[in-house]
Design a protein. Sequence first.
Length: 427
Amino acid sequence: MPNADLPSYLSRENVGPWETYLEQVERVAPHLDRALLPWIETLRRPKRSLIVDVPIKLDSGEVAHFEGYRVHHNLSRGPGKGGIRYHPDVTLSEVMALAAWMTIKNAVVQVPYGGAKGGVRVDPKKLSLAELERLTRRYTSELNIVLGPDRDIPAPDINTNEQVMAWIMDTYSINQGRTATGVVTGKPLSLGGSLGRRDATGRGVFITAREAARKLDLPIEGARVAVQGFGNVGEAAARIFADNGAHIVALQDEGGAIHSEAGIDVDAARAHREQAGSLRGFPGADAMSAEAFWRVRCDFLIPAAVENQITEANAGAIRTKVVVEGANGPTTPAADLILQSRGITVVPDVIANAGGVTVSYFEWVQDMASFFWSEVEINQRLDRIMSEAFNGIWAVSQARALPLRTAAFVVGCNRVLEARSLRGLYP
Ligand code: GLU
């Protein structure tokens, strides 16, 4: 379904994440504070992008080279913050988009950070644990010129975890000659990590879905939920939805999609995935095709995998009331317009998945103070920040008749541009 409102270069199916982000900026521009518009160009240009060569010795003794990136999109509101992704398809422009979404996200939940993101173009499943450690340590060393607890603070993203964060912390600390736990978040608990961080993104997805449901008068109890992606975000979101009485009717991971009208037992699905490597063959549900997954009738559809999943090709067939974006950039600009015209509410990534960076902020604050909070305290603070941010965006969307994504961009971009304008231009 091509849309006449869309610039021609965006009506292609495979629009890249950076083009998606630029189109989102175009859509918000007319609604921003007019006094801040002279600064809007700063949103369209990353502040700095670093490309590094990461040579490592393989277990075979041969040397392999990988390309790594770290982008600081905008540092007007504070040091850079955002995850590191290991994936064979990572590109500089993808990392640019992910860094830009961090800028907006951090402003939306008002954590005092700018936006950054990193990535290495590698298939980590093809590396041994020792090779993965050498890759992480060399990449960290190459990034040494931009990292630091008050400069740029990485965190986990796709295919990186607590162990990778521990290696980053250790490598940076050795190079600095002091233990600097606050250089990275998403660390193991025993190294200054935070309670609640592991589930934080999925918990935030649930909190924003619950707030949206209140506005739309939809019950969570008995709601039908479909989740794409069963990693850190998707698994926690599905589990917390199920704990609150929802039925997980469909799940999809890289091994395939599964479906059960009676509801999938999330713990059993996780146990199967841990043992079998994916959801494929899970005995507690029926297998279904990847295309059929998008046609499952549900109340909440949660893309929690990668970018560009809801496109012109499937947006017309989706049968949900609310899309809650657990992933970054899962919906193309063309698909956004289709969902909007069909009356489907989209809770955008920059608020829906902001729970992760919010608890990252709590972790960093705890590291700085060397004083640690209880899990109850963390979850309560997360709930308050996420609910207030969602309700603020909802109010803007109602008052100005804007989709939630544009409303979130109004709130986030105005905050970033206000900081930028107050700081002024040097020299
Ligand atoms: N990678 C996560 C995100 O996309 C977390 C970032 C962080 O905690 O810094 O939001």
